[in-house]
Design a protein around this ligand. Structure first.
Ligand SMILES: *[C@@H]1O[C@H](CO)[C@@H](O)[C@H](O)[C@H]1NC(C)=O
Ligand SMILES: *[C@@H]1O[C@H](CO)[C@@H](O)[C@H](O)[C@H]1NC(C)=O
Ligand SMILES: *[C@@H]1O[C@H](CO)[C@@H](O)[C@H](O)[C@H]1NC(C)=O
Ligand SMILES: *[C@@H]1O[C@H](CO)[C@@H](O)[C@H](O)[C@H]1NC(C)=O
Ligand SMILES: *[C@@H]1O[C@H](CO)[C@@H](O)[C@H](O)[C@H]1NC(C)=O
Ligand SMILES: *[C@@H]1O[C@H](CO)[C@@H](O)[C@H](O)[C@H]1NC(C)=O
Ligand SMILES: *[C@@H]1O[C@H](CO)[C@@H](O)[C@H](O)[C@H]1NC(C)=O
Ligand SMILES: *[C@@H]1O[C@H](CO)[C@@H](O)[C@H](O)[C@H]1NC(C)=O
Ligand SMILES: *[C@@H]1O[C@H](CO)[C@@H](O)[C@H](O)[C@H]1NC(C)=O
Ligand SMILES: *[C@@H]1O[C@H](CO)[C@@H](O)[C@H](O)[C@H]1NC(C)=O
Ligand SMILES: *[C@@H]1O[C@H](CO)[C@@H](O)[C@H](O)[C@H]1NC(C)=O
Ligand SMILES: *[C@@H]1O[C@H](CO)[C@@H](O)[C@H](O)[C@H]1NC(C)=O
Length: 788
């Protein structure tokens, strides 16, 4: 069947889109109409809007939907579908009016049929053929007889040609040549149809008979009572006998129905659709379902390509249940109403089947801010997976949704220590999801903050405190491990590993859970170092976060100190009854700003470069981490050194003693003791000074004073440095008269004896007075003396 399909879109004028279907098998007009009514809508109408589309592809003459009369209506006024005739394009002279034409009057006089005038007037603007218009114009100039025009047309002659032919006739005879003009003289039909219609032509005929040559009707066009419209191949109209067999053109408004998809699940869907036009002639609906592989997502299984099926059903009902679909796949459905074996315009719909449900969702691992999810790939297809993340522990954390391309997904930006519920579903078309699967787990808690040891006055306790971690937690776990002082607390692995066996490397580990933010651990040894590791817990204390280690210390004991001073050094040594990390030793003396503390891990310290004879205070503090024991203080003097260059300078009864500080004590504050002694008077006086000179007054003149200057330091004194001086004497003269009782007279007067005596006396004096007091022995002659 050759089907001409001419869609015409005229949305502004008529909402329906008409389609035209020329039918080539010949049929009478009634047969044609019946067929068009059953398999299409009607025989086509021709309007100014559709004429161009219809005429463009005509290959022969066709019946269209106009008949002279239906049901006694006015002729040629209504289309078979009931529309009024608003457009006409009659071939000139058509439709042939109903009148008797026995003879042709060849003369200039005219008669007009009112019908033909009306049609000419309406059809004139539509004439497009140039030949027609020129013919028409020449006729109009010379004659207005429409019959003549028809005749000329029939004869295929112009008026001039006819005139020349007529001249030839004039030359020969007046006898009419019927064979030349009259080819189909069906006079009987003509006359019978003539009589009932009109009598107008009779008078005209009568008046013109005398002037005209009467000949049988040469026009083959006859009035046809049961006339139907033929659309000529060039687009103009003629009427013809309705019983004639001709091809015909049917039309139909394009069908736009609706199709609905409901109850879509992973493998089936319910389709329903609206009834097609002319439902009684629709044999069935052909439902075609095509799996659409031209999708914007990648098919993960080639198997699904292979399973691609095109299901086709013949359905007489207006619904169909489609089964055996692949989950999460786009299907295109077309429903064609089939009418007379012809597909009407199909109704289309696309839908996605629901993706299959996600199974075996597991939270593979979590960190404090992320979670690794995994699930098994569901059957069928999907565009992506959507993961809905809900924080179950803290309602103020907003839910979020992330897209995951594959079956393993890492969810980021979580808050530590909270329980999250992850709901995963496969999704197509952005929002259409399968049955979701949920799994919950906790993120690891974060680390505790500001962990620090607190002050503590007891040497067997450790106190510590911290701030809670960011995010959630249910409690804390802490481990306290005693370690050696040289061991670092960088790493809590020892502590955590030794949770089961409480002693590792001889370290004593205590691990406990708590909900408080501070702890006090007692019963520890003093001066010890511990590693304190604290981690936050969540999920009822079953999930632990990262350990935070700090060193912690118990308060150490004080030492027992003993000092052994030397001249310029003090050796401090001590003992301690307990553990310690190190000691801080410090030495200070009065006039000086204290030296910096020194640190040692030994049990002694040798202070060097000290000044001799100076009082020093030494303190020793036991240090353990930040903790300091009570200081042990002890002071002592360095051993004194003797002063230098002591000198005494005497006047009559004063003596100034000066000396210099010992070199070992220069610039230091030391104490001197000056002792003077006079043997003669057997007098001793001690004075203590810090100066390097001393003056004695009110001394006895002429006496030898002996001084001892020494440096005193506590109970110690340096070797004294002597000095002496004699006060100036206040001289007295003592006369000793010697009585000589020698046996030998004048012996005493002898020089020898005298000198001997003097010598003895001097010795005697010296033994008695030494140089302790001023004395001088002189021998004087008495006479001489007296003589004075
Ligand atoms: C239809 O009729 C026309 C003229 O009446 C004729 O030329 C044509 O061959 C016919 N076609 C068929 C298919 O009978
Ligand atoms: C002719 O009359 C019948 C019955 O009255 C009606 O069904 C039919 O549509 C009419 N035909 C036209 C072309 O009006
Ligand atoms: C009409 O006449 C023209 C020339 O005068 C000729 O070409 C044409 O074939 C004729 N038509 C018919 C149907 O005789
Ligand atoms: C035909 O003959 C008549 C009379 O013989 C004459 O009046 C008329 O003019 C002629 N017509 C032509 C066209 O020669
Ligand atoms: C399909 O897969 C290819 C290669 O695996 C990838 O490059 C492309 O982006 C994917 N297309 C879509 C729409 O996912
Ligand atoms: C899927 O199958 C097609 C042909 O059936 C083949 O060309 C293509 O390489 C296959 N793709 C994969 C990923 O196996
Ligand atoms: C797809 O089907 C063809 C035959 O229909 C078969 O030869 C081929 O192995 C199938 N491929 C897969 C991946 O199933
Ligand atoms: C299904 O129909 C589509 C469109 O008609 C066609 O391209 C495709 O090859 C068909 N597939 C099968 C498996 O028949
Ligand atoms: C549907 O009907 C058409 C003709 O009516 C037939 O050719 C086709 O095989 C039928 N299809 C099914 C699936 O029944
Ligand atoms: C769907 O598949 C089942 C089993 O493979 C089969 O029995 C049934 O006929 C199929 N239905 C359709 C409509 O293809
Ligand atoms: C895809 O989703 C949009 C928005 O929900 C919807 O309008 C559209 O019909 C869907 N497409 C298919 C093929 O289901
Ligand atoms: C889910 O896990 C179970 C047990 O591990 C396994 O038997 C089952 O096949 C898995 N399901 C899917 C869809 O992989």
């Amino acid at each position: 069947m050759n089907t001409l399909w001419l869609p015409l879109l005229l949305s502004s004028v008529i909402w329906a889109e008409e389609q035209y279907f020329p039918q080539l098998p010949n049929a009478t007009w009634d047969e044609a109409r019946l067929y068009c009514q059953s398999c299409f809508k009607e025989l086509t109408t021709i309007t100014s809007r559709n004429v161009h589309f219809i005429v463009k592809n005509l290959s022969s003459d066709y019946w269209v939907g106009l008949r002279r009369r239906y049901n006694g209506t006015f002729p040629w006024t209504a289309w078979s579908n009931g529309d009024p005739v608003t457009y006409q394009n009659w071939y000139p002279g058509h439709p042939v009016p109903n009148k008797e034409k026995k003879l042709i009057p060849i003369c200039p006089s005219t008669t007009e049929s009112p019908l033909s005038t009306a049609i000419t007037a309406t059809s004139t603007p539509m004439i497009t053929s140039p030949k027609m218009s020129t013919m028409f114009q020449t006729e109009k100039e010379e004659a207005t007889c429409p019959i003549l025009i028809d005749m000329l047309d029939c004869l295929n002659m112009t008026c001039y040609e006819l005139e020349s032919v007529m001249t030839t006739c004039n030359r020969t005879t007046v006898t009419p040549k019927t064979t030349t003009y009259n080819t189909t003289p069906e006079v009987t039909t003509f006359s019978t149809t003539f009589n009932p219609t009109t009598t107008q032509g009779a008078t005209t005929e009568g008046t013109t008979t005398s002037n005209c040559i009467f000949e049988p009707e040469p026009d083959p066009e006859q009035y046809i009572e049961d006339a139907c419209l033929v659309l000529l191949s060039f687009g103009m109209w003629k009427e013809d006998d309705c019983n004639k067999s001709l091809p015909y053109i049917c039309y139909e408004e394009r069908f736009f129905g609706h199709i609905y998809v409901s109850d879509v699940n992973t493998s089936a869907a319910n389709l329903s659709w609206t009834e097609g036009p002319g439902a009684e002639n629709i044999s069935h609906y052909r439902v075609e379902i095509i799996e659409d592989n031209d999708q914007t997502f990648n098919q993960t299984f080639n198997q699904t390509f292979n399973q691609t099926f095109n299901q086709t059903f013949n359905q007489t009902d207006l619904f169909e249940l489609i089964q055996n679909l692949t989950a999460g796949t786009l299907y295109r459905v077309q429903v064609f109403p089939v009418k007379c074996g012809r597909d009407l315009n199909p109704q289309n719909i696309s839908f996605y089947t629901q993706p299959s449900d996600v199974q075996n969702l597991t939270v593979v691992s979590t960190t404090n801010i992320s979670a690794n999810l995994s699930w098994s790939e569901p059957e069928g297809n999907r565009h992506f997976y959507s993961v809905y993340i809900k924080c179950k522990s803290n309602k103020s954390i907003h839910d979020q949704v992330v897209k995951c391309p594959s079956e393993e997904c890492t969810i980021e930006k979580l808050t530590p220590g909270y329980e999250y519920e992850f709901t995963v579903k496969a999704v197509v078309n952005e929002t259409f999801g399968g049955v979701p699967s949920s799994a919950s787990d906790y993120t690891k808690p974060s680390t505790v903050r500001n962990l620090k040891q607190s002050e503590d006055k007891y040497s067997t306790e450790i106190k510590a405190s911290w701030d809670p971690p960011e995010g959630g937690h249910s409690g804390y776990h802490y481990c306290l491990t005693e370690v050696k002082h040289n061991q670092n607390c960088n790493d809590c692995s020892d502590a955590t590993n030794s949770r089961s066996s409480s002693t590792t490397n001889n370290n004593i580990t205590v691990c406990k859970n708590t909900t408080n933010k501070q702890i006090t651990e007692s019963g520890k040894s003093d001066g010890s170092k511990f590693c304190l590791c604290v981690q936050a817990l969540t999920k009822n204390d079953t999930i632990s976060g990262e350990m935070v280690p700090i060193p912690a210390y118990t308060l150490p004991k004080s030492v027992t100190l003993s000092l052994s001073p030397d001249y310029q050094a003090i050796n401090a040594s001590w003992t301690i009854d307990g553990k310690f990390e190190k000691f801080e030793v410090m030495i200070q003396t009065v006039p000086y700003t204290p030296a910096k503390p020194e640190s040692t891990e030994l049990l002694y310290y040798n202070f060097k470069d000290l000044k001799a004879g100076v009082h020093y205070s030494i303190s020793v503090v036991t240090i353990n981490g930040n903790l300091r024991s009570q200081p042990t203080n002890k002071s002592d003097y360095t051993r004194p050194k003797s002063p230098r260059n002591a000198k005494a300078n005497a006047t009559k009864n004063t003596i100034d003693v000066k000396w210099e500080a010992p070199a070992e004590s220069s610039n230091a504050l030391i104490t001197y003791m000056v002792e003077y002694h006079t043997r003669f008077w057997n007098l001793s006086i001690k004075n203590v000074t810090t100066k390097t000179e001393i003056s004695y007054t009110n001394l006895k003149p002429g006496t030898k004073y002996e001084f001892n200057v020494s440096v005193v330091a506590g109970n110690l004194a340096s070797d004294p440095v002597p000095a002496d001086a004699n006060t100036e004497p206040d001289k007295r003269t003592l006369v000793l008269t010697m009585l000589c009782s020698s046996e030998t007279p004048l012996h005493c007067n002898g020089t020898e004896a005298r000198e001997d005596l003097f010598k003895k006396l001097k010795t005697e004096m010296n033994e008695t007075f030494h140089d302790w007091v001023h004395w001088s022995l002189k021998f004087v002659d008495r006479k001489q003396k007296l003589g004075l």
